[in-house]
Each structure stands twice: as structure tokens, then as C-alpha cells.
Design a protein around this ligand. Structure first.
Ligand SMILES: O=P(O)(O)OC[C@@H](O)[C@@H](O)c1c[nH]c2ccccc12
Length: 266
């Protein structure tokens, strides 16, 4: 693999090897019974969508390879509470370190300060990371089809489901969507950002939404900056929305979240 995604996944494999050496899988597994029970990530999204409200997954994201530093004033528990106050249905927390400035501790801290279900947002390439996610209290994780073979994705999904984690399966093209639909997860994320070139185009969701079967829940990801963008994506058929930068750049995160959802005048 070449490009941004290839580089990140190669670095991730090395990182996982180092983690495994310092904290063997058996140690992580021993921590699982002490982890807080899963909160039902897919269930929370479905409840919002069925009530006719846009279901927001609000993301805690310090930096990114394409945008550099996004938020200097970065305190995950405060951000989690602001998102909950603004009306988010779920949280997403970046736990990748070198590229996104995250760490697993951010997820633990954010989750501990609110009652919302939390997605571990990372580049999951190894079953070790699935156990690590659940041991830290994650309620769901992301699988990126562009980074995984179908068999590998199936194996990681089975591991996640086996631990009670929900899975958001991410695609950004027709071939990836076709492979994603062979998995069991009801949550299909269409990423408007191409993870190879890092370019964002909301038309990606418009192109792929008609190809997502009605029994799956479509999550529109990336590049949503306003309530108008959200309405455009809703018109394309999305009922769930994953938003990071557009909210992370605002001084008043709770007010910005409510405005994005159209709960107060924008
Ligand atoms: O900050 P944005 O443009 O609102 O995007 C959020 C989220 O979709 C994005 O962070 C993301 C989607 N899929 C990913 C995979 C890895 C890292 C990051 C992502």
C-alpha cells in the first residue's frame, strides 16, 4: 500500500507489536471482566434515527495528517460533556497517536465523563487492538475496508462482536461497499474523505447511499461543516453523521453541536 493510509497502517503494525511486547494479550484479556459493560452504540444511533432526529456521532480529534493541529485547547472529558449537552447520540474518540494526537486514555477519560456510547476511532489491523478497545471500555470500533482484506475484516468483526462491541464498517467506493456488505454489521460508514489522497467530497455519500440496503444504517462521515451540509447528506439518505473538525474548531462546542443538529438557530 502507498499513500497516507498505507503509511499509517504500516506504522500501526509496528506499534501493535510494541504494545503486545509490553502488555501481552493475556494481560489484556484478564482485564476484560473489569471493563464497564458495552453501552449499545448501534442501538443509540437507531433510536435517534427512528425518532426522526439526525443521529450524531461527535468526534474528539486533536489533529490530523491532512489538517494539522485542529484544536489546541484539548481536554477530552470537557469536550465529551459539551457534545452530550449539544445533543450528540454517540462519541468517537481518535486513539491513534502519531498522526491524530490521540491515545487510548482519551477514550477512557471521555467515556467516564458522560453516559454516551463511544467508538474507538483508530486503524484496526490486529485482533489485539479489539481486545485493547474493549478492555479500555470502548462500545464500538471502526473497520476501514480500504485497509483490510475481506477475510481479515470478517475476522476482526467476529472478534469485536464476540466481546460485545458494535462495528462501524467504513467504505469510500463501490468495491469496498460490496465487500462491506458481506460483513454482518448493520452500520455502514461512507467516508467522504479518500484516505489515500485525503481529499473530501460530499458527493461520495450521494453516489453510494442508493447502494446501501435499507436494513443497514448509513453513517455519513467527514467534511460536514454546517447544518446545511447535514441537510444535504440527509437528503441523500443518511440518518447518522460522524463529525469532527467542524465542531472541534468551535469555541463553544455545545452550542455548535446543537446548531449543527438544527436544535437552535444556526
Ligand atoms: O473531521 P471530519 O472531517 O468531520 O471527519 C470526521 C471523521 O469522519 C474522520 O475523522 C474519519 C473518518 N474515518 C476515519 C478513519 C481514520 C481517521 C479519521 C477518520
Amino acid at each position: 500500500m502507498i499513500g497516507a493510509l498505507g503509511e499509517i497502517c504500516a506504522a500501526k503494525r509496528e506499534h501493535v507489536a510494541a504494545c503486545r511486547a509490553s502488555r501481552p494479550l493475556g494481560v489484556l484479556e484478564a482485564a476484560l471482566p473489569g471493563a464497564p459493560p458495552p453501552r449499545g452504540f448501534a442501538r443509540a444511533l437507531r433510536a435517534e434515527a427512528e425518532a426522526g432526529r439526525p443521529a450524531l456521532i461527535a468526534e474528539i480529534k486533536r489533529r490530523s495528517p491532512s489538517r494539522g493541529l485542529i484544536r489546541a485547547d484539548f481536554h477530552p472529558p470537557t469536550l465529551a460533556r459539551a457534545y452530550a449537552a449539544g445533543g450528540a447520540a454517540c462519541l468517537s474518540v481518535l486513539t491513534d497517536c502519531p498522526y491524530f494526537g490521540g491515545e487510548i486514555g482519551h477514550l477512557v477519560a471521555a467515556r467516564g465523563s458522560v453516559g454516551l456510547p463511544v467508538l474507538r476511532k483508530d486503524f484496526i489491523v490486529d485482533p489485539y487492538q479489539v481486545v485493547e478497545a474493549r478492555a479500555a471500555g470502548a462500545d464500538a470500533l471502526l473497520l476501514i475496508m480500504a485497509a483490510l482484506g475481506t477475510g481479515q475484516a470478517e475476522e476482526l468483526e467476529a472478534a469485536a462482536h464476540g466481546l460485545g462491541l458494535d462495528v462501524l464498517v467504513e467504505v469510500h467506493g463501490e468495491a469496498e461497499l460490496e465487500r462491506a456488505l458481506r460483513l454482518r454489521s448493520p452500520l455502514i460508514g461512507v467516508n467522504n474523505r479518500d484516505l489515500w489522497s485525503l481529499r473530501v467530497d460530499l458527493a461520495t455519500t450521494e453516489r453510494l447511499a442508493p447502494l446501501v440496503p435499507a436494513d443497514r444504517l448509513l453513517v455519513c462521515e467527514s467534511g460536514i461543516g454546517s447544518h446545511g451540509d447535514l441537510e444535504r447528506m440527509a437528503a441523500a439518505g443518511a440518518r447518522c453523521f460522524l463529525v469532527g473538525e467542524g465542531l472541534m474548531r468551535q469555541a463553544d462546542v455545545a452550542a455548535a453541536t446543537a446548531a449543527l443538529l438544527g436544535r437552535v438557530p444556526a
